[in-house]
Design a protein around this ligand. Structure first.
Ligand code: PHE
Length: 340
């Protein structure tokens, strides 16, 4: 009897068959259960004789079921391990891949072009104090240009002056003149912020600042540098610039720089001098700005310019809506030739 049960349990081919054997032996209606029930109707003497065998049978069957279950579980695990191995030699589809953003691309191009002209890249904080963003740039508190900048002010602690999100990259001029000895030749690309939003303005945008401080610097150096930069950037020798008198508190004289273009097949094509488009602001660094940085304006002169990087990217790669720059849509990037 015991040997029959043990043989059947050992022969159960899977967990379902094993469960069927368990029910047949130990279930409510099971054969072993039935034998156990017979003990109740026996005389004490008979129970003493037959009891150990019947209990022994139940224990042997229980142990056999547990052993078989372990064996079946192990076999199942082995089978899964064998079937679920990964073939690392199979070719993979890596799916969508990230790509360099046009703004980063242009920043890299600018760094390369200006490196050839001997300019280093400088940086400054995006959360700036009002002295660096305005005051040192010849914009005292009462200056109307301060209101014109649509500035984001940060909440200030008791008795502290509010910091601002820098409204332009010009505070990097100040920080560079404070921390470096002239001669200075730097560009400072980075994020800038103004409370403004439409197809050509986003609250966060990018500028690149240029600054040269040396002895005997004049407007001719400024014009040559901008021409050389823009010809290299747009990869065209026929780029023509027009300097228009303008006003910035931190440059004197100041010039707005326009670039010539024509319309071909309904599209703007840079080059020539048929039409003009405003591109950047520039001028000779104001003596007061040089003095505010602790330098002697009689000894040191310089020029500076500030240019929208997003604008530069749009012109070179043909994008027309600035807001799309910051949507992070890979289809938009691909459309303009970025990424695979
Ligand atoms: N900071 C000016 C702006 O944001 C641009 C500029 C920079 C003009 C340097 C002159 C010199 O409009």
């Amino acid at each position: 009897m015991t040997r029959d049960w043990l043989a059947r349990i050992a022969g159960a081919g899977d967990l379902a068959a094993l469960e069927a054997e368990r029910v047949a032996a130990l279930g409510k209606q099971g054969a072993v259960t039935a034998l156990l029930k017979t003990l109740g109707g026996m005389s004490p003497e008979e129970r003493q004789v037959r009891g150990p065998a019947i209990h022994g049978l139940r224990e042997a069957v229980t142990a056999a079921i547990a052993a078989r279950k372990t064996a079946l579980d192990d076999a199942e695990l082995e089978r899964r391990l064998a079937s679920e191995t990964i073939d690392v030699t199979l070719p993979v589809d890596s799916g969508a891949r990230g790509t360099v953003h046009p703004v980063s691309q242009v920043m890299d191009e600018l760094a390369e072009i200006f490196a050839d002209l001997g300019f280093a890249v400088a940086t400054g904080p995006e959360i700036e104090d009002q002295w660096h963003n305005f005051t040192a740039l010849n914009m005292p508190e009462t200056h109307p240009a301060r209101a014109m900048h649509d500035t984001f002010y940060l909440r200030a602690g008791e008795g502290e002056e509010a910091k601002v999100l820098r409204t332009h990259t010009s505070p990097v001029q100040i920080r560079t003149m404070q921390s470096q000895e002239p001669p200075i030749r730097i560009i400072a690309p980075g994020r800038t912020y103004r409370s403004d939003s439409d197809a050509t303005h986003t609250p966060m945008f990018h500028q690149v600042e240029g600054l040269v401080i040396d002895r005997g610097i004049h407007m001719g150096h400024l014009k040559w540098t901008l021409e050389t930069f823009l010809k290299a950037y747009f990869e065209r020798d026929d780029i023509v610039l027009r300097l228009r008198p303008s006003y910035f508190p931190f440059t004197e004289p100041s010039a707005e720089v326009d670039v010539g273009y024509t319309i071909q097949n309904g599209r703007r094509v840079l080059g020539g001098s048929e039409r003009w488009m405003e591109l950047l602001g520039s001028g000779m660094v104001h003596p007061r700005v040089i003095a505010a940085c602790g330098l002697d304006p009689d000894e040191w002169q310089g020029f500076a310019f500030g240019c929208g990087i997003d604008r530069l990217a749009m012109l070179k790669y043909g994008m027309d809506d600035l807001r799309a720059f910051f949507d992070g849509d890979v289809r938009w990037l691909k459309h303009y030739g970025f990424g695979a």
